[in-house]
Write a protein that binds this ligand. Structure first.
Ligand code: GAP
Length: 487
């Protein structure tokens, strides 16, 4: 097994064994590329969502939220271009019966052929030809490239390929009158509610609408754990602007979004900005924020200028006026441009989880597995444990737990020795633990133990809640981001 695959395997089994991510429908043998989030996974996911939501709707006074439906009128998908253009190419190998994306096969092959000898010019020529053919939907030429590059099936080595076909990635639900679709992006719920939000909120340009929700895509190559799934969550924000301010806001959101990611402190070198060569059908320019996942740099968030593509098309298909009037010039109106920020929640979860999971060597020669996630995202903020489960210590610990459980997500445990309880909390990323011991009876102090340093200190029981807030409070990080926005 390759080193990357080994780590991904370790990651997936840690996620399963410690209640973060389970394969969906596992008791029936599972289902490809669909996952469930367990008891700690859902807490981590909710904390990420809360952080993103507050960063958008609290820190920007001109961004409001929305929760639109997953199923929408099918004409939305005609207007958005998804029925006609949201397609992927696919090719099957007749011997292995496996399905592939031809572009990925070509990329992999030219990397192998040309990177070793640094033949950049030759590689660029092939890439140019591939993207040109993709743009013209010239499936025959892509098929020719597969033959010319002598590409074989990565699993069985066969070159027995089918023709290349186009495949729409939306899941269709056939209905008597109208076919319904599971939305492939949350953005269309925002565009179709543009007028409602504008009128009911008396919004003035520039303003944004933020939304978190499920999206669905019938992915051909859906692998790499929760990186590419068929059911996933997006955190999207559409920012409506004056057309002449497109460049200004596009640059602004690229900067702000990268800054937001860097605040996780997962490492500056883990991020790259990559301009799109092959733009989505709605996009006039686009940049990906790429993250160094265990399998290399891949897109985590997209920032696109959608210009007036969506509002114009919805205006045309719905025959409603989705326009803005120039305040001081009521006879003039325009369709706002849109800058979109679109982040995959599951990909962010994977980025944080994979970069935070460490195996550390201890001084005594043993190892510990520790999930060093940012404390404000930890599923459990603090553990409260009695040193032993007798002599009145559990009662004191339970009392402390009950008094502060409304303020912070806590865990109470007395099932194992204190060392084992600490290890378990390390593995799920709990930033601090408090242990109630015999000194607590004497002087009302407890041991506070840090996840990352394993250092311990004594604190008074009346200070526990304050200490947890200081170490794990989301407000501290939001305040810092807010100051960054002002400066
Ligand atoms: N509304 C624009 C849009 O959907 P996208 O680049 O196709 O743009 C945005 O998707 C983000 O959604 C991606 O950057 C990625 O994080 C996430 N995403 C897309 N497809 C995904 C999938 N199959 N599984 C998990 N996340 C996905």
């Amino acid at each position: 097994m390759k080193k990357d695959d080994k780590f991904l395997h370790f990651l997936a089994s840690h996620a399963k064994n410690y209640g973060f991510v389970f394969p969906s429908s596992e008791i029936y043998g599972g289902i490809n590329s669909i996952y469930d989030y367990g008891q700690y996974g859902v807490e981590l996911k909710n904390n990420i969502k809360e952080y993103w939501w507050k960063s958008m709707t609290l820190l920007h006074e001109n961004i409001v939220g929305l929760d639109s439906s997953i199923l929408m009128h099918p004409d939305i998908w005609k207007a958005s271009g998804h029925i006609e253009k949201f397609n992927e190419l696919l090719i099957d190998n007749k011997d292995s019966k496996k399905r592939y994306k031809p572009e990925l096969l070509i990329h992999k092959r030219i990397n192998y052929l040309f990177d070793k000898y640094n033949h950049k010019k030759k590689k660029d020529e092939i890439l140019y030809r591939m993207y040109k053919s993709l743009k013209r939907n010239d499936l025959l030429d892509i098929r020719l490239l597969i033959d010319e590059l002598n590409i074989s099936d990565p699993i069985c080595g066969s070159k027995n390929w089918t023709n290349i076909r186009l495949f729409n990635m939306m899941f269709k639900i056939p209905e008597k009158k109208l076919d319904l679709f599971l939305r492939p992006e949350t953005a269309q719920g925002i565009f179709s509610n543009f007028s409602n939000v504008k009128k009911s909120g008396r919004m003035k340009i520039p303003f944004g609408i933020a939304q978190i929700g499920k999206s669905f895509r019938n992915e051909i190559v859906a692998r790499q754990f929760i990186f590419r799934m068929r059911e996933f969550e997006q955190m999207e924000m559409q920012f409506f602007i004056l057309p002449e301010e497109e460049k200004k806001w596009y640059e602004y959101w690229k900067k702000i979004r990268l800054k937001w990611h860097l605040e996780f402190k997962l490492g500056k070198d883990k991020y790259k900005l990559k301009n799109h060569i092959n733009l989505a059908h709605y996009s006039s320019s686009g940049t990906d924020i790429e993250f160094n996942f265990p399998f290399g740099f891949k897109e985590i968030e997209g920032i696109h200028s959608r210009r007036d593509f969506d509002l114009k098309r919805h205006g045309f298909f719905s025959k409603k006026k989705l326009r803005f009037f120039v305040d001081h010039f009521p006879s003039k109106n325009y369709i706002p441009y849109v800058i979109e920020t679109s982040l995959g929640l599951d990909r962010l979860f994977l980025a944080i989880f994979s970069s935070s999971l460490k195996i550390e060597k201890l001084e005594n020669g043993k190892e510990r597995v520790v999930l060093k996630i940012p404390p404000y995202l930890s599923p459990i903020k603090a553990g409260i444990f009695p040193l032993v489960s007798k002599n009145g210590l559990p009662e004191i610990a339970k009392k402390i737990f009950n008094e502060i459980k409304i303020d912070h997500k806590l865990i109470y445990d007395q099932k194992e020795s204190i060392g084992k309880l600490y290890r378990r909390q390390d593995a799920i990323g709990t930033p601090i633990c408090f242990t109630i011991d015999y000194d607590t009876i004497e002087n009302n102090t407890v041991t506070m133990r840090h996840r990352d340093t394993m250092k311990q200190k004594r604190v008074h029981i009346t200070k526990i809640s304050e200490e947890i807030e200081k170490e794990t409070g989301l407000k501290n990080i939001l305040r810092k981001l807010s100051n960054d926005l002002v400066n």
